[in-house]
Design a protein around this ligand. Structure first.
Ligand code: MRU
Length: 344
């Protein structure tokens, strides 16, 4: 597997070659690949690699080894449900085949399918969501939700892109996204590649800009959405949503139905990843805080659904009550995927 190393961007474009499933899990843990859909796609290939590397003589041995690898891959990062979703889907495919060689071939094909579907889904979200983009004014986004965070096109960034490509004109603002700087390093770079002008803000400038009237809407991605619409996303999303409500600005989320976790009633049940303190106390290895000072580094927060104006999935622009609209979207997506499999 070849991955564009996201820890090196934007200064260097380095492609890393991943030769083993353990290497793929390490790349997810180390954020060389990140973003909920992209880690789902990577996890799919990681399971396929685990099968291809396996030398068990029989089906049972192969399936047992796959289950062990799957558990380790899923543990790489806990918040984005796409990781678990992709691994579960791969294991179901493995279970459905009888012969080890057939299992291996099917798993590689399924990983490719997950990757291809992701691009189609993102383009659909762009088509549906572009109507939410203003003509004039400002659009604020957080973290990185573009092609880098997915297999192609992006989720929230894809909606912005589709709006721009449809001829609407607005000023894009993107936050730095402390402490890992996905916004400054990755989103700014992606907008440059796309030729869409964007302006970088420190995270804490967002409220001031909203109050001044410079923002017409906020749009972010998601790592996990509970059945009631509560949404886990990059740390700082909750603050943006509360500020948006205070300033009567619509707050949108764009995410595929694979990010919706109907098994969780509310966002209180979402596990939040805690990342190393050094990401807060250091910048590129240089200390920015006194030695020994404790730091808190939750990587995500949960935005209660009452702050969210709409959630764009590949099936619909969902509006409250999300308990119904999200369930309907998931049902449509499951039906569409069954149709594709049935005819394919
Ligand atoms: O820690 P990261 O960089 O993996 O977090 C990414 C985000 O929070 C994104 O907003 C989310 O995964 C949606 S990506 C299309």
């Amino acid at each position: 597997m070849r991955l564009l190393d996201q820890t090196k961007l934007p200064l260097e474009q380095v492609v890393v070659e991943i030769a083993t499933w353990q290497g793929a899990a390490a790349a997810i843990r180390g954020m060389q690949v990140r973003g909920a859909p992209a880690i789902g796609v990577t996890a799919g290939y990681a399971v396929a690699m685990a099968a291809m590397e396996d030398s068990s003589p029989d089906r049972e041995g192969l399936l047992a080894n796959l289950a062990r690898a799957a558990a380790e891959i899923v543990a790489a990062r806990p918040t984005a449900v796409n990781l678990q979703w992709a691994v579960k889907r791969m294991l179901q495919v493995a279970e459905s085949e009888r012969e080890p060689e057939a299992i291996k071939a099917r798993l590689l094909a399924e990983a490719k399918r997950i990757q291809e579907e992701d691009e189609t889904i993102n383009r659909k979200m762009g088509e549906l969501g572009k109507e939410l983009m203003p003509d004039g004014g400002g659009v604020l986004t957080h973290c990185n939700t573009g092609a880098l965070a997915t297999s192609a096109f992006g989720t929230a960034l894809g909606v912005i892109r589709a709006g721009w490509e449809s001829g609407r004109r607005f000023q894009v603002f993107n936050t730095e996204t402390r402490p890992f700087l996905q916004g400054a390093r990755l989103t700014s770079w992606e907008f440059q590649q796309l030729g869409i002008p964007s302006t970088l803000l420190v995270d804490s400038a967002a409220g001031m800009l909203m109050r001044r009237g410079g923002i017409s809407c906020v749009i972010t991605g998601a790592d996990r959405i509970a059945a009631n619409g509560d949404t886990a996303n990059k740390i700082g999303t909750y603050s943006l949503a509360v500020l948006a409500k205070e300033n009567a600005i619509p707050f949108y989320v764009a995410a595929p139905t694979s990010t919706v976790d109907l098994s969780l009633k509310t966002g209180d049940e979402i596990q939040i990843e805690e990342r190393p303190q050094e990401e807060v106390t250091h910048f590129q290895g240089v200390a920015t805080a006194p030695p020994g000072v404790p730091a808190l580094n939750p990587s995500f927060d949960v935005t209660p659904s009452r702050y969210i104006t709409a959630i764009v999935t590949e099936e619909a622009v969902c509006r409250p009550p999300y308990v119904q609209s999200l369930k309907e979207s998931v049902k449509l997506a499951v039906g569409a995927s069954a149709g594709v499999r049935g005819s394919g």
